[in-house]
Design a protein around this ligand. Sequence first.
Ligand code: SF4
Length: 213
Amino acid sequence: MGTVMSKKTRAMKIISELESLYPKAASALNYQNPLQCMIATILSAQCTDAQVNKITPQLFRKYPDAEAFANATLPELENDIRSTGFFRNKAKAIRQSCQSVMKDHAGFVPDTIEKLLTLTGIGRKTANCVIGNAYGKPAVMVDTHVKRLVYRMGLSAQKNPDKIEMELKRLLPESLWTKASHLLIHHGRQVCSARKPKCEECSVNQLCLKKGI
Ligand code: SF4
């Protein structure tokens, strides 16, 4: 299998199989603009998307733009997002990134990875989520599911998310980057969970090297 089929072919077959399995795979976070996407993504670290979606309607009403988040007082913002966990770090990241947006980008969330990465508090994963989800541009999002799945599937042995991102970008055409990220995340949640991957009922079983299983 792995020896006769190139990694690129295998990656393509896996993604097309997952595509027919989850035709509607997309971000589960609710947002209406790039700013809200950025905030929701920051909040989603170590938290379920459902929990984030529970608090964002009220949060986005209270803080309607980057200026409102930039001027928030930390204790109040911490309190508003407390239920998503790690609220001190998240409040700091939200406030700092919005301050950068106000100061350097006239209140608009930038639409390139390079510029997004200049915002204080924004890492590569959040930047890719904003690019891929809010701006609809090609982006590979490497979260804990993607990292685990590509390792097990034998698509990348890298541990560093940035290196995994680069490897997936080499394996897949640009047009599939964002989609592939959502499909892998979906499959990780539904079938290939961290503790108990359901290999017997997995539709990419024949294409997966099952490394570490
Ligand atoms: S075969 Fe097993 S390890 Fe491979 S993707 Fe499916 S569930 Fe995960």
